[in-house]
Write a protein that binds this ligand. Structure first.
Ligand code: PNS
Length: 165
């Protein structure tokens, strides 16, 4: 693949996409040719938003980033990345606590797909405590998550809460 068309995959559950994810993808889009946000579908995990809802809202949030696309996948990240001929995976690192899990995942992906590197982007300090898990928890207890997610994601969650979707 010529250097001019290098694709990186940013995999995750994105349930829902947070301002932290948006920060990572925006920065990744600044130095890779093509960034694909790949939403992993895990049928055995109870999710807040359906994969298609996540895909739609992420497309809306990222539409100004012309080299960013959104897709869903099932199965192994490594196999999906190979099928997409991706150059590397991108993951965000927030705190030291992320490193252990992320390093193990990067090593597993490297042994599943030779040469599949994981490139880590350090979260911006203002987003380093945000996670989808915390957002889901606040939301489920009726709290306001608008400080943690893009406005479009907040709208989707509010519509769901008021039953207007
Ligand atoms: O940001 P998340 O929600 O922790 O991302 C999870 C995701 C989708 C990256 C992870 O669950 C995943 O990789 N799922 C696919 C299964 C897989 O490839 N497992 C082996 C990697 S260790």
């Amino acid at each position: 693949m010529p250097k001019s068309s290098r694709l990186v995959i940013f995999p995750g559950s994105f349930d829902p996409l947070t301002l932290g994810h948006l920060d990572i993808v925006t920065r990744a889009a600044g130095f890779f040719d093509q960034v694909e946000i790949a939403i992993g579908i895990n049928e055995s995990k109870k999710s807040l938003l359906e994969p298609e809802e996540r895909k739609q809202v992420i497309e809306e949030v990222t539409k100004r980033l012309k080299n960013v696309t959104v897709a869903t996948f099932s199965g192994l990240v490594a196999e999906y990345a190979v099928s997409r001929k991706a150059h590397a995976l991108v993951r965000g690192l927030r705190q030291a606590g992320d490193f252990d899990y992320e390093a193990r995942m990067a090593h597993a992906n490297l042994s599943l797909a030779e040469g599949l590197e994981t490139i880590f982007i350090a979260a911006s300090p203002e987003y380093s405590s945000i996670s989808s898990t915390i957002v889901r928890d606040i939301y489920r207890w009726g709290g306001d998550v608008s400080a943690f997610v893009p406005a479009q994601v907040n709208d989707v969650l509010n519509r769901r809460r008021t039953g207007t979707r």
